[in-house]
Design a binder for this molecule. Structure first.
Ligand code: CU
Length: 152
C-alpha cells in the first residue's frame, strides 16, 4: 500500500518536472530584494532599475535578459572607471553566485530602461521580467523612488 503511494508520488513528480522543462519556469531559486526604479522628469530618455538578486541554489546563475512594461528596450549596464571618470557600459550578463547575491545599485550595476515616453514618478510601479541562463524567469514589481542626482 505504502509502496504504491510512493510510486504514484514519484511518477507525478517526474511528470511535473518534465512538463516544466518544456517552457520557462518561474523561479523559486532566485529572488529579488528591494527592487526600485529611479524617478525621472518628463523628457528623460531612460531610467534605471536596481535590486539585490539572491541565488538560493548550489549552482551559479547568469541574468541574460531583462524586459519591462515601461520601455521597449532594456539593457544591463555597469559603471567603469575610465581615467578617473565613471562611465556606463553595456554588459551581456550579470552573474549571481551559487548561494550568494549580487547588488544592482546607483553607481554600479543596473538595468537601463531605454525609450521612455513620459515621466516616471514616485508612486508608479514597473513590472520587470528577468531571464536567467538556466531557463528560469523572475517577475519583479519595482516601485519608483527618487534618488540622489549623482550617476545612476
Ligand atoms: Cu545605464
Amino acid at each position: 500500500m505504502l509502496k504504491s503511494i510512493l510510486f504514484t508520488a514519484a511518477t507525478s513528480a517526474l511528470m511535473l518536472s518534465t512538463a516544466a522543462l518544456a517552457d520557462t519556469i518561474n523561479t523559486d531559486t532566485i529572488n529579488a530584494d528591494n527592487p526600485f526604479v529611479r524617478e525621472v522628469p518628463p523628457g528623460s530618455p531612460a531610467t534605471a532599475a536596481f535590486m539585490t538578486l539572491h541565488n538560493t541554489s548550489d549552482s551559479p546563475v547568469r541574468l541574460i535578459d531583462a524586459e519591462n512594461d515601461l520601455t521597449a528596450h532594456a539593457e544591463m549596464h555597469n559603471h567603469v572607471d575610465v581615467d578617473g571618470v565613471m562611465q556606463m557600459r553595456q554588459i551581456e550578463y550579470i552573474d549571481v553566485p551559487a548561494n550568494g547575491n549580487v547588488t544592482l545599485a546607483p553607481g554600479g550595476l543596473h538595468l537601463m530602461l531605454i525609450g521612455l515616453e513620459s515621466a516616471v514618478s514616485e508612486g508608479d510601479e514597473v513590472a520587470l521580467t528577468l531571464t536567467f541562463d538556466n531557463g528560469e524567469t523572475l517577475d519583479v514589481t519595482a516601485p519608483v523612488r527618487p534618488i540622489m542626482p549623482m550617476s545612476h
